[in-house]
Design a protein around this ligand. Sequence first.
Ligand code: OGA
Ligand code: NI
Length: 368
Amino acid sequence: MMNCLQSWPEPVVRVQSLAASGVRAIPERYIRPPSHRPLTKNDFSPPQEANNIPVIDFQNFFSDDQRLRDEALRNIHSACQEWGFFQVVNHGVSHELMKRTSEVWREFFKLPMEVKQEYANTPATYEGYGSRLGVEKGAILDWSDYFFLNYMPESLRKPNIWPATPASCRELVAEYGHEVCKLGGKLMKAFSINLGLEEDLLLKAFGGEENVGACLRANYYPKCPQPDLTLGLSPHSDPGGLTILLPDENVAGLQVCRNGSWLTVQPVPNAFIINIGDQIQVLSNAIYQSVEHRVIVNSNKDRVSLALFYNPRSDLLIEPSKQLVSDDRPALYPPITYEEYRLYGRTKGPCGKKQVESLKSPRPCSEC
Ligand code: OGA
Ligand code: NI
């Protein structure tokens, strides 16, 4: 199994180069079957539904006023339970730092292709500059490039392979990673309390603050001449614990699967988008569930997003928390290390919620 992850099955094509070449028709490899294209009748939410994911003010979680704190916790709980996705404001991360980090990645993707090629990645670790997820030969490809790096645990951090230009990139990534991981820890605490667990239980299950796995993927979605035939990122749930996404403040693109249709997230200024990953679904014994999402592209604007994946240390067994298992609600998932779990996605590429569902019993891949 490891062997097939050493190299890409086909020559790598940078989507950014394709877009820049001025092609009017996208190559066949990027064209999805009609029912999987972005603009189907399913894309419109039923009118009675809210047209955005919940927005949570995180500040009150730290309030001395117990009433405000409880209310914040309730809001977070219902967002986790009913949506699996929310935006968070007053999260404590400097807006200035968010802007500068987003901007530095935008500058990186603007560098000449020869410079970026020096960071070309392989599927062995995915670290570096990449243009596909998964190694299935002949797979339909997504309209995006990315830069992937490990941030935590510190033993896996390799700043020398992070972009050396722009000059401030490494320093900003280090600072951004630090601040956003702190936010991740606070969210884990809120989730633990809301699940009725000791407040540090989820974090401990992930290996503790110093040992969690955290990685950053800077996604770059170039302009696309035929955005209605392709996707920037195929439907998937995030395999890890939770994801803290800094979306492009100027361009929407993320869509969340909601009651069988795709809802486009409208980013709120200075907010992060938080979503539950498969490992929290497993630990919570499905009280919280990961939610399928995908990215659409457009013909006038490119888009940059930063996804910080907050994950368990990869060698720890993850299983439903004992306190959430009873005769009435047996454990829905067997124990599995995150390393083993992740290997499947790194081989197959994005695959709806197929993987987490396959842990229990076979079910159709996608609601949407
Ligand atoms: C991801 C992801 C969404 C986006 O990187 O897993 O879902 O808006 N990104 O880029
Ligand atoms: Ni995702």
